[in-house]
Design a protein around this ligand. Structure first.
Ligand SMILES: Cc1ncc(COP(=O)(O)O)c(C=O)c1O
Length: 414
């Protein structure tokens, strides 16, 4: 696998079993999983396991045959977005979904310019690696792309009200559009995660995204919302995080939690756009949306609905945020609490006037929480934002375990 195969922790963890919100290591030690969003409805949810087992014991093959499971799933999925007469293309990974979305946008607009944030990750293909702005890649950032600054009101506010700040952020989008047009690339797409998750989960200033969408559309570009990480009801208040901002997408991509760990991802776009692209591209994906993938994904949708997990996420999220706010009051190192439903960020800084980012403290907390039996991670430009994305079945009793242990670790490190 090579010595740079990415692993978490100073001493990497070998997890061998999972159940609900718990994961177990090779020594049988239990960890409260507050990190992994892929087991979206909980590790080894019996409904998903059964659906996969049943389908894999019945039929599994490539995607060039009719199958009612994939049609039913696609119709239910398409109905979750505000795109008139939408259709679905299924893939295996979020990378493939975003790659496809960019191809579709380029084909539809005839333009090549792409806008992303300046601390983003959307996948690992040649094109998406080049567009990656949150870490170095061997491929240079393309001439035909522009990166807009991450809108982060915690750092940028400087006494400005929401509207002024939203206009300032929108001005960066205007500038990116103007620059792409001046260079002759035109605007094909803005590819953005409406939750800015990899960017550090900043609070989104009301009005900013709507303005950005308007600017891109006016220039003839499409807006692709990358919901690969933040989607499938994680916000608690909507199925997709862009829906919190009351804006209609042109294309939506999804993945990670979609099959609760079974590799399935996809893209939703207007049917006529997909039909015109398909006529030229002859796109075929051997495994993407095969009968087992569709069964896993259908089970996830069914569980979300039947167990009312969006509603639960709303209630549990409020409980977690109240607890995190209390820790923010108690410990000067915790500078800011962010949340989007079951997605939480805790910004760690030095207690100085500039609130200097403190990635070393964040790392010590992540390691300390591992020792306490809780999994979490880090995000953001300075790697100083604790990242928590527990499964949608997380309950207040689990939240209390998390908050109690976090209090202990913060206390020991402060
Ligand atoms: C926002 C976002 N988009 C796309 C991807 C790529 O998904 P995948 O790893 O399934 O290719 C990721 C993965 O981390 C992601 O966080």
């Amino acid at each position: 696998m090579g010595q740079n195969a990415p692993l978490f922790y100073d001493e990497p963890l070998e997890l061998v079993r999972g159940e609900g919100v718990w994961a177990y290591d090779a020594q049988g030690r239990a960890y409260l999983d507050c990190y992994n969003n892929v087991p979206h409805v909980g590790h080894c949810h019996p409904r998903v396991v059964e659906a996969i087992q049943k389908q894999v014991a019945t039929l599994n093959l490539n995607t060039r045959y009719l199958h009612p499971g994939v049609v039913r799933y696609s119709e239910e999925l398409a109905a979750t977005v505000a795109i008139d007469d939408a259709a679905v293309m299924l893939t295996c990974t979020g990378t493939e979904a975003n790659e496809l979305a960019l191809r579709l946008a380029e084909h539809h607009t005839g333009a090549r310019g792409v806008i992303v944030s300046d601390f983003s990750y959307h996948g690992n293909s040649r094109q998406l690696a080049a567009l990656t702005s949150c870490f170095e890649t061997p491929e240079p950032f393309p001439d035909r792309a522009r990166a807009i600054p991450v809108p982060d009101p915690f750092r940028d506010r400087q006494g400005r009200d929401d509207e002024t700040l939203a206009n300032a952020y929108a001005a960066h989008v205007e500038a990116a559009v103007a620059s792409l047009q001046a260079a002759g690339h035109g605007v094909s797409a803005m590819l953005v995660d409406a939750s800015f998750a990899n960017e550090g989960l900043p609070d989104i200033v009301p009005g900013f995204l709507a303005k950005a969408v308007e600017i891109v559309r006016k220039a003839g570009g499409l807006v692709i919302f990358d919901e690969v990480q933040a989607g499938f009801g994680r916000t608690g208040r909507a199925m997709w995080s862009h829906q919190l901002h009351d804006i209609a997408p042109d294309i939506v991509t999804m993945g990670k939690p979609m099959g609760n760990g079974f590799p399935v991802a996809g893209m939703i776009a207007p049917r006529d756009m997909i039909d015109r692209f398909g006529a030229k591209a002859n796109y075929f994906n051997t495994f993407g949306g095969n009968p087992v993938a569709a069964a896993a994904a259908q089970a996830v949708l069914d569980v979300l609905r039947e167990e009312s997990l969006l509603e639960q996420a709303g209630t549990v999220s409020a409980h977690v945020v109240a607890g995190l706010d209390a820790l923010c009051e108690k410990y000067p190192a915790v500078a800011n609490v962010r949340s989007r439903g079951m997605f939480f960020g805790l910004e760690l800084t030095k207690p100085d006037a500039d609130r200097t980012p403190d990635p070393a403290m964040a790392k010590r907390i992540v390691e300390g929480m591992k020792a306490e039996g809780v999994l979490m991670g880090r995000i953001g430009r300075h790697d100083n934002v604790l990242k928590l994305r527990p499964a949608m079945i997380f309950e207040t009793e689990h939240a209390d375990i998390l908050l109690g242990r976090l209090d202990r670790v913060l206390g020991a490190l402060s």
